[in-house]
Design a protein around this ligand. Structure first.
Ligand code: BES
Ligand code: ZN
Ligand code: ZN
Length: 470
């Protein structure tokens, strides 16, 4: 075991021997291992927390290192949950811009806790990154922008669905738009009805909380291209009349994670300022089985005229996204990316830590997976097999919202969405059903509850389009 870059000054202040001390305390250096010791007044800090970084030889070059840094910084800060700890200094590797940003971001995200509903919530500790160099200030500023965006998503996802419903979510979006300098328009239930948004109104009609459609816009004077992001915003998914079981409903306040990711990405993009126009759609509805709810067998008309037979009211995300995708044609985008907690089948296919990427163009799909990897988010390419499309044929309408055969359910949902993508436009679909909400023990910089997955990838996509890489 050896000290990683950044720890040398700490070791020197202690008069050397830090490795021996940690070894005697049982440290092995394995990734995210936490070992605590004291400084005996030889340092300004009374408590020293060492975090294992794994085997140097196992580390891949490039961004894999950045992810190790984010996770280790996150695990270290997360372990300091005592209310008496007011300040934390980070002596972790930060010798170049990428490692400084990764360390700072991991620390910011690992230090997150959601205390809004606790009578004695704790105040997060102040974080300082100890590092020299011209690169540090810029790297920390970059981490702060992304950190604030991810934390915004987590806060929105973790909020009680009795507080966060379409109207209150839209109000929050308006406030964020105003403070970030984004354009914003909100369609209420009347405007949605008059505008022909049959997917959003159909899904929303079983709830006392009426639906909304938020349209956010960021524009850059030198931009030649426009990207549209659309995020599923079901503030609670009971399943509607195709009611979920109580267990399956417990995490369904997180069914607006896609919309939250789009809002937070626009906030970050406005602050970073890439040369691209970005439009964000947040179709917002609460899927409830009230007396006005849509019935299995109802036929609805999506924006633009396509009719859909709603055979299962729990397959509602695709209905609200269909309106948003069809509406996006008017923005003349060069690229559309939607992001949604769309299917339980995604969780079965890829588990809780890897999101799925589908697209109407294989090069684009691989480019999105690559963007996600560079941003530090695990995503994997998935196909849209043509033979599954006929499962969505309806006896009475243009399409059915579910296929009789449940096999390949994530892909069928992607094929449904593809029907609403404006002709000739490149489109990618991110299914984040598993990764959006973490129910296990915290790890790295990922806490319990909303994770904020997707935001960093969306920001990276906007930057890649601006750079001509996507
Ligand atoms: N919001 C759910 C998908 C989901 C499941 C997200 C688990 C996160 C964790 C979605 O609206 C849904 O219920 N989908 C159905 C579709 C089915 C009826 C075709 C599903 O996956 O069971
Ligand atoms: Zn559902
Ligand atoms: Zn849903």
């Amino acid at each position: 075991m050896e000290l990683a870059a950044g720890a040398a000054d700490v070791d020197a202040a202690l008069g050397g021997g830090l490795v021996d001390t940690l070894t005697a305390l049982g440290a092995t250096g394995k990734a995210e291992e936490i070992t605590r010791t004291v400084s005996n007044s030889r340092l300004g800090a009374p408590l020293i927390v060492a975090v294992g970084m794994g085997k140097a030889a196992d580390r891949e070059p490039g961004n894999a290192d950045a992810e190790i840094l984010r996770r280790c910084a996150g695990a270290a800060v997360r372990s300091l949950s005592s209310p008496t700890i007011r300040t934390v200094a980070l002596a972790l590797p930060a010798g170049d811009s990428a490692s400084a940003e990764a360390t700072a971001l991991g620390a910011l995200l690992g230090g997150y806790s959601f205390d809004r509903y606790r009578s004695n919530g704790r105040v997060p500790a102040d974080l300082t990154l100890i590092a020299d160099g011209d690169h540090v200030a810029g790297a920390v500023a970059g981490a702060e922008v992304l950190g604030a965006a991810v934390r915004l998503v987590r806060d929105l996802v973790n909020a009680s669905p009795s507080h966060l419903y379409p109207e209150s979510f839209a109000n929050t979006a308006e406030q964020i738009a105003a403070s970030s300098g984004l354009g914003v328009e909100v369609l209420d239930e009347t405007a949605l009805g008059e505008g022909g948004y049959g997917g959003i109104t159909g899904v929303g009609q079983g709830s006392v909380h009426a639906p909304r459609l938020v349209r956010l816009s960021y524009s850059h004077p030198e931009a030649s291209r426009t990207v549209v992001f659309a995020g599923k915003g079901i503030t609670f998914d009971s399943g509607g009349l195709s009611l979920k079981s109580p267990k399956a409903m417990e995490a369904m306040k997180s069914d607006m994670s896609g919309a939250a990711a789009v809002l937070a990405a626009l906030q970050a993009i406005a602050s970073i300022g890439p040369a691209v126009n970005v439009i964000g759609y947040l179709p917002l509805a609460e899927n409830m089985p009230g007396s006005g709810a849509q019935r299995p067998s109802d036929v609805i008309t999506i924006y633009g005229g396509t009719t859909v037979e709603v055979l299962n009211t729990d397959a509602e995300g695709r209905l609200i996204l269909a309106d948003a995708l069809a509406r996006a044609a008017a923005d003349e985008p060069t690229l559309i990316v939607d992001i949604a907690t769309l299917t339980g089948a995604q969780v079965i296919a890829l588990g809780n830590r890897v999101s799925a990427v589908m697209a109407n163009d294989d090069t684009l799909r691989d480019g999105i997976v690559d963007a996600a990897t560079r941003a530090g988010e695990a995503m994997w390419p998935m196909p849209l097999p043509d033979e599954l499309r006929r499962g969505l044929d309806s006896k009475v309408a243009d399409l059915a919202n579910v296929a009789a055969d449940r096999d390949g359910g994530m892909l069928t949902a992607g094929l449904f969405l593809r029907e609403f993508v404006p002709d000739g436009v490149r489109w990618a679909h991110l299914d984040i059903a598993g990764p959006a909400f973490h129910e296990g023990e915290p790890y790295g910089y990922t806490p319990k509850g909303g994770t904020g997955v997707g935001v960093r990838t969306l920001v990276q996509i906007a930057e890649d389009v601006s750079d001509g890489r996507l």
